[in-house]
Design a protein around this ligand. Structure first.
Ligand SMILES: C[S@@+](CC[C@H](N)C(=O)[O-])C[C@H]1O[C@@H](n2cnc3c(N)ncnc32)[C@H](O)[C@@H]1O
Length: 267
C-alpha cells in the first residue's frame, strides 16, 4: 500500500510533521548516536562539497557541519516547511538550502565529493532513481551514504509500516546501490537504544564509492510522479490513511523507550 511513498503525500505529511519533528520524531527513531555512527561512514574528513538530500530540519546536517565547513554543505528537501525549521538553526545559517526532488536533483553531474541522505529514501516513489541521482551528482571517488529503515520483524508493525511507506530489506538496499554503479558497498546497522532485537535490523546506513565519472549505469524508468499534484479525493484518503499509520509508531516508540528506561532503572 505505502500510502505516503509519494511526493505529494510526503509534502503534506511534512507540512504537519515539521512542527513536531525535532521534538517527537528524532529523539525516538533517529537518535544522535545512530546519526553519528551513520555519518562516520561518509568519511567526511577533508570533504569540500557535501550534499544532504532529504535534509529536512537539518538534524543530520548538524552532524555534517560539526565535521565540514558549513559553507561547503548544501541541504536539499522537497518540503519548504522542513527547510523553514532548518533556517531557524544558527549552526546551519551558512549552509545552502535548496528546494528540490531527490529523484531529479538540480545539481551538475560529478559535482559533490560526498552525498548523505538520512531517512528520506522511504518516501521516494522510485528509490533506484534516487540512488542513481546520488551516483550522478558525485564526483569520481566520491562517497554516498544512505540511511533508511528496514522491514520490521513484528507482523503487526510490518502491516502498519507497509501502509505508511517503504521499509526495504537490507538486500534491496544493496541491490539498488550496486545496480546504480557504486563500488565497495558497506552496510552498518543502526538502532535506538530501546530496540532490543538482534536478529532483524531496525535501520541501515549503506555506503558506496563512485568509481567512474558520469551518469549511473542503472537503467531507469522515466520519473513517474511530479513533485506537486492536485489534491484529488483518492490522494487525500491515501494521505489520511498513511499519516495515521505513520503516527501510530510514535506512541509505540514512546512505550518501547519507557520500557527500556524502566528496565535499565531496575537492572
Ligand atoms: C524523516 S525526514 C529526515 C530528515 C533529515 N534527513 C534528518 O536526518 O532528520 C525525511 C525528509 O525527506 C524529505 N523528502 C521526502 N521525499 C523527498 C523527495 N522526493 N525529495 C526530497 N526530499 C524528500 C521530507 O520532506 C523530509 O524532510
Amino acid at each position: 500500500m505505502r500510502f505516503i511513498q509519494h511526493k505529494q503525500e510526503a509534502y503534506w505529511f511534512y507540512r504537519v510533521v515539521s512542527l513536531v519533528y525535532d521534538r517527537w520524531v528524532n529523539p525516538l527513531f533517529w537518535t544522535p548516536a545512530m546519526r553519528d555512527r551513520a555519518v562516520e561512514l561518509a568519511r567526511l574528513e577533508g570533504a569540500k562539497d557535501v550534499v544532504d538530500v532529504g535534509a529536512g530540519t537539518g538534524f543530520t546536517t548538524e552532524a555534517i557541519v560539526a565535521r565540514v565547513e558549513p559553507t561547503a554543505v548544501t541541504m536539499l528537501d522537497q518540503s519548504p516547511h522542513q527547510l523553514a525549521q532548518a533556517r531557524r538553526k544558527p549552526q546551519l545559517a551558512a549552509v545552502a538550502k535548496e528546494l528540490g526532488d531527490a529523484e531529479n536533483l538540480p545539481f551538475a553531474t560529478d559535482r559533490f565529493d560526498r552525498y548523505v541522505s538520512a531517512g528520506s529514501i522511504e518516501y521516494w516513489p522510485d528509490p533506484q532513481r534516487g540512488i542513481a541521482e546520488a551516483y550522478r551528482v558525485l564526483a569520481p571517488e566520491g562517497r554516498a551514504v544512505i540511511i533508511g529503515p528496514v522491514q520490521p520483524a513484528n507482523a503487526i508493525a510490518r502491516r502498519i509500516a507497509d501502509a505508511w511507506m517503504l521499509f526495504p530489506s537490507e538486500a534491496e538496499y544493496r541491490e539498488w546501490m550496486e545496480r546504480a554503479g557504486f563500488a565497495d558497498v558497506e552496510v552498518v546497522e543502526v538502532a535506538p537504544d530501546w530496540y532490543t532485537r538482534r536478529d532483524v535490523p531496525f535501520a541501515v546506513a549503506i555506503a558506496g564509492r563512485k568509481p567512474v565519472a558520469g551518469d549511473s549505469p542503472a537503467p531507469l524508468a522515466p520519473v513517474v510522479e511530479p513533485p506537486r499534484a492536485a489534491p484529488t479525493p483518492v490522494r487525500l484518503a491515501r494521505f489520511a490513511a498513511g499519516s495515521l499509520a505513520g503516527l501510530a509508531f510514535v506512541p509505540l516508540g514512546i512505550a518501547m523507550s519507557l520500557r527500556a528506561r524502566a528496565r535499565r532503572g531496575t537492572a
